[in-house]
Design a protein around this ligand. Structure first.
Ligand code: URA
Length: 211
């Protein structure tokens, strides 16, 4: 597993506002969207392209376009939905799948309650989006889901990660595939309820309210 921390003053600024408990839900949503655009720029650095001929007003040259099979962006419901627009704004030709996962608050295990993904992901670059990499359980389950359909190239885009979760993902992935995690920051630790400390609270609730 490769870890990429997007070390940039704009990322740090936006993240600080997100962390503030007094930031309202509309502002939180807008900032997540802006932050994801910056993270998406880092996360798509290795997206596959193929050459295309481009006719400019004065000459013909060779440019590139995103290669097929097209990349697949997979938000993990519910909180990952808040990161989808930021990803597709930067990569509009990507296709979008969905994975509904939630953690059982007693066992902290990830449960899959919905999925809409292509059956065959062989050769696809997949971009999982989920704001909080806490215990790593959900992300590992999601990566396993994609691997089971043939994907071997997965980039997870998260706002925050806990060191404990990163270790879990690293161990679970091993050498089974090529996994990159792109985050705005790695925080200190998890608390006894598996919340990231200092973190930003419950990302889903802050995006969408307590429903
Ligand atoms: N999920 C969240 O939304 N926040 C955390 O701190 C941990 C998991």
């Amino acid at each position: 597993m490769r870890l990429h921390v997007a070390d940039h003053p704009l990322v740090a600024h936006k993240l600080s506002v997100l962390r503030n408990k007094d930031t309202s839900s509309p502002t939180f949503r807008k900032l997540v969207d802006e932050l994801v655009t910056l993270l998406a720029y880092e996360a798509t650095r290795d997206v596959r392209t193929e050459p295309v001929e481009v006719v400019t007003p004065v000459a013909t040259t060779t440019g590139v376009k995103i290669a097929e099979p097209l990349p697949l962006v997979v938000p993990i419901l519910r909180a990952g939905l808040g990161m989808l627009d930021g990803m597709t704004r930067l990569m509009p030709t990507a296709e979008v799948g969905f994975l509904g996962m939630q953690r059982d608050e007693e066992t902290l295990e990830a449960i899959t309650y919905a999925n809409r993904l292509p059956e065959d992901l062989t050769g696809r670059q997949c971009f999982l989006v989920d704001p909080m990499l806490a215990t790593g359980g959900t992300l590992v389950a999601a990566i396993d889901y994609l691997f089971a359909r043939g994907a071997r190239d997965v980039t997870a885009v998260c706002l925050l990660a806990a060191p404990e979760g990163l270790e879990v993902v690293e161990k679970a992935v091993g050498d089974r595939g090529d996994v990159t995690v792109v985050v705005a920051a790695v925080d200190e630790r998890l608390d006894e309820n598996a919340y990231i400390i200092p973190g930003l609270g419950d990302a889903g609730d802050r995006l969408y309210g307590v429903v």
